[in-house]
Design a binder for this molecule. Structure first.
Ligand code: ATP
Ligand code: MG
Length: 369
């Protein structure tokens, strides 16, 4: 039996990037032999094991063949006679399909090193077309490696376009799509992810509302801003959705099965944008209405992310209003229900009194305007 370092670790080492986790492929072994050596089996469908000490993943060399449509239509074949090269051949991109033997020798049957040199994201073989998730992965690697000068190879872009035309993207389940979007939002150039998806036609299936040039450009620049401001996933996603009308943003977020905090922030952002545009002067009642809608009373934690997203989504000419909103929030949250209760307010009257007091304080906080 022989073991090889494979995939991302080999790629990142050649790129001079920090290696996060190391994956290994084992040839010439059976599951029983692995168990005898103390490895723990983790894969239910695939023969994948954890090293007893390092906890790194060791997979028996395997081939995969597509059977029928959809994501689960794969048959996996693993046996001691499956070669390293056969295992590398099932992988998505040439830069991900290299291996390194324990004595440091590079195994590179598909020209991964040359593609690293020429900055190409290129599919390993026509079998790429068997899994539409690879379109999203390729777009994500483009987003990650764009700053190093990588682009999607012409032939790979053509293959991805063909896959989209063949309706392959429709077979992706929302959970997998969301997982890739979520990761892409945190890559170096998240906008590149969506550019690649647009260029191959996949965006029309994933977020069709963003296919119009104006919306697309606005979404990308808001996203870039949320990314460079260090926004969390929800802020980045809401920035991406920010050019859309609220109902479209809400429905799309739900269809993507984005987590609740992402859906909420996308809905809130797109609901507030037109209200902020419409506000022409410092108006305490309008500011309070926005704070009510944002539910800052119970969701103070969300307010910083909301402001960041709005700042990224709105043109500079509107930013002063966000300062108003921020000082209104500070003034209004200082209102203490306790104090009003001490004055004898209860129930409905208490609610009214709180509201009046908040309005009052928001008005007073308008020193600068
Ligand atoms: P990362 O740095 O994001 O972990 P990675 O290259 O290690 O990048 P993983 O998702 O961890 O990516 O997968 C490990 C390896 O498995 C990849 O390098 C690739 O060779 C292969 N791989 C993973 N998913 C697929 C897929 N859907 N189709 C083909 N090959 C895949
Ligand atoms: Mg990995």
């Amino acid at each position: 039996m022989k073991t090889y370092l494979v995939g991302g670790a080999v790629r990142d080492e050649l790129l001079g990037l920090p290696v996060k986790d190391r994956d290994w492929v084992v040839t010439g072994a059976t599951p029983d032999e692995m168990l005898k050596r103390g490895f723990k089996q983790v894969g239910a469908d695939f023969p994948v094991f954890l090293h007893p000490h390092t906890r790194e993943e060791y997979a028996l060399a395997r081939t995969e063949r597509k059977q029928g449509q959809g994501y689960h239509g794969f048959s996996v074949y693993s046996a001691p006679d499956v070669t390293l090269e056969e295992d590398l051949k099932r992988r998505d991109l040439t830069i991900n399909a290299m291996a390194k033997s324990t004595n440091g020798e590079l195994v590179d049957p598909f020209g991964g090193r040359e593609d690293i040199r020429t900055r190409n994201l290129r599919h390993v073989s026509e079998a790429f077309a068997e899994d539409p998730l690879r379109i999203l992965r390729t777009a994500r690697f483009a987003a990650r490696l764009q700053p190093l000068g990588f682009t999607v190879a012409k032939s790979t872009m053509a293959l991805m376009q063909q896959m989209v035309d063949d309706g392959e993207v429709e077979h992706l389940v929302p959970e997998r799509v969301w997982q890739e979007i979520q990761r892409a939002l945190h890559e170096n150039e998240p906008g590149t992810f969506f550019e690649v998806l647009r260029d191959c036609g996949a965006l029309a299936y994933i977020i069709p509302e963003l296919c119009q040039e104006d919306e697309f450009q606005a979404a990308i620049s808001a996203l870039r801003c949320a990314h460079s401001s260090g926004g969390e996933t929800a802020a980045r996603f809401a920035a991406l959705m920010s050019p859309l009308p609220m109902t479209e943003a809400r429905n799309r977020s739900a269809q993507l099965k984005a987590p609740n905090d992402c859906q909420d922030l996308a809905r809130l952002t797109t609901s507030l944008i037109p209200q902020i545009h419409a506000m022409n002067s410092y108006r305490a009642d309008e500011l309070l209405r926005i704070l009510d809608e944002a539910d800052v009373w119970r969701r103070a934690d969300r307010f910083a992310g909301l402001l960041l997203t709005l700042k990224c989504a709105l043109p500079e000419t509107e930013h002063e209003k966000l300062d108003w909103l921020e000082s209104a929030q500070r003034a209004a949250t200082a209102v203490q229900a306790k104090e009003l209760m001490a004055q004898g307010y209860r129930g409905k009257e208490l609610g009214e009194a709180i509201r009046k007091e908040r309005l009052q304080r928001i008005s007073e906080s308008n020193h600068t305007h």
